[in-house]
Design a protein around this ligand. Structure first.
Ligand code: TZP
Ligand code: MG
Length: 235
């Protein structure tokens, strides 16, 4: 077990989208608070349209929202650790880490290379990497800097406008088997589709719109978790 994932429930991973949360009439922080109350175990802060100072402020709001949801669950009798991951933004992560915050990084293939991220943020934070095909998986597997891979899109998505077509759950399962790294699937995942992602070797499913656009992010998270279960095939 990778110690960087110790104590985490990785089955449901939320990526924030400020525009989608706004359209649903909520802030990112409110959405995160409800989603974590509903069982989200990893929260990635992602916003391509703001500068580093605004991204820092947004991440601070997310940290506060996660802390308050976790305190509520501790009162209810469960001890939890929820990972907060920054999409790229290595400089913002360095600033937060220097201030003592517990933050982690996810990068895409065209962002800062993972070895450079590791050098800059040190040994403790988790590093996630997006991978979409065999070559990207092989590279992720060969890099000791990568802790977690995000595979997708598994289904067609409109959230990421430059995303290719979905690879489908069967191809996803093949890639996960080759990955030999903890893997989460992303792209077009809804409550109705979460059950067919069981039995594919994933440690979790990752969503944007299924929670950010939901009328009730807490129950959306609960429903996604109920369908995905422990990720193993039913039976
Ligand atoms: N990377 C691959 S697909 C995607 C990202 C960030 C967006 C997924 O969004 P949704 O709304 O869950 O389809
Ligand atoms: Mg990126």
């Amino acid at each position: 077990m990778n110690p960087r994932l110790a104590g985490i429930d990785p089955r449901l991973y939320l990526i924030t989208d400020s525009a989608q949360c706004g359209e649903a009439g909520r802030s990112v922080a409110e959405t995160v608070r409800e989603a974590v109350a509903g069982g989200v175990g990893i929260v990635q802060v992602r916003d391509k349209d703001i500068d580093d100072d605004a991204f820092y402020a947004l991440t601070r709001e997310v940290i506060t929202a996660v802390d308050s949801a976790v305190v509520d669950s501790a009162t209810a009798g469960t001890q939890r650790r929820v990972l907060i991951v920054l999409n790229d933004r290595v400089a913002v992560a360095q600033r937060l880490l220097a201030e003592g915050a517990d933050v982690h990084i996810h990068v895409g293939q065209s962002d800062t290379p993972v070895e450079q991220v590791r050098e800059r943020i040190g040994p403790e934070p988790l590093i996630g990497l997006s991978a979409a095909d065999d070559a990207e998986f092989a590279a992720a597997r060969d890099s000791s800097a990568v802790d977690l891979v995000g595979i997708g899109p598994v289904y067609d998505t409109t959230t990421k406008t430059d995303a290719p077509d979905g690879i489908g759950p069967d191809r996803l399962g093949d890639l996960v088997a080759e990955a030999r790294l903890p893997a989460v699937a992303i792209g077009g995942i809804t409550t109705a589709r979460a059950a067919e992602l069981r039995g594919r070797g994933l440690i979790g499913i990752c969503v944007v719109s299924a929670i950010c656009r939901a009328e009730d992010p807490r129950s959306a998270a609960q429903d996604l978790l109920a369908e995905f279960g422990d990720g193993r095939a039913e039976g």
